[in-house]
Write a new protein. Sequence first.
Length: 165
Amino acid sequence: MSGALRITLTISAITVAILGALAALTAVGVGRIERAHPPSGRFVAVEGGRLHLVELGAPDAPPVVLLHGASDNLGEMRLALGDRLAANYRVILVDRPGHGWSDRPGGSADASPARQAKLIHEALARIGVTCAIVVAHSWAGVLATADEAAFRRVAIAGMRFGNAI
């Protein structure tokens, strides 16, 4: 075996070992985070997967749907508004597809605002929400208006965009 081939093989073996160790460390870290922060709500089946929802307040109160921004999860909206609104409303917090504990069943295709709107509409319909106020923060403002037909079928009573306050 030539010296150049031996060096190439050694470097390749070290690279594979390092990448394997990093993958194992990542898996351990993900497991620790998931155990420390388990899902706090329930899962609702949607086309190809499931969305994680948390409901606060009285089930018979007027519903308010809180949609988080670009890189967060439903905890952001719960801390900001959810607990306070729950005194007077049925608050429904949604982990958008691919965020928090929700699946992104269609992969990158489910990243589009229109597709996310349809999946959220489907989840809301499955829990019996036929009319709701939507509060959308940041990127979710695009989602809330991307597929107006999906949200009209839910008969949205009003919208307030977090960045417009």
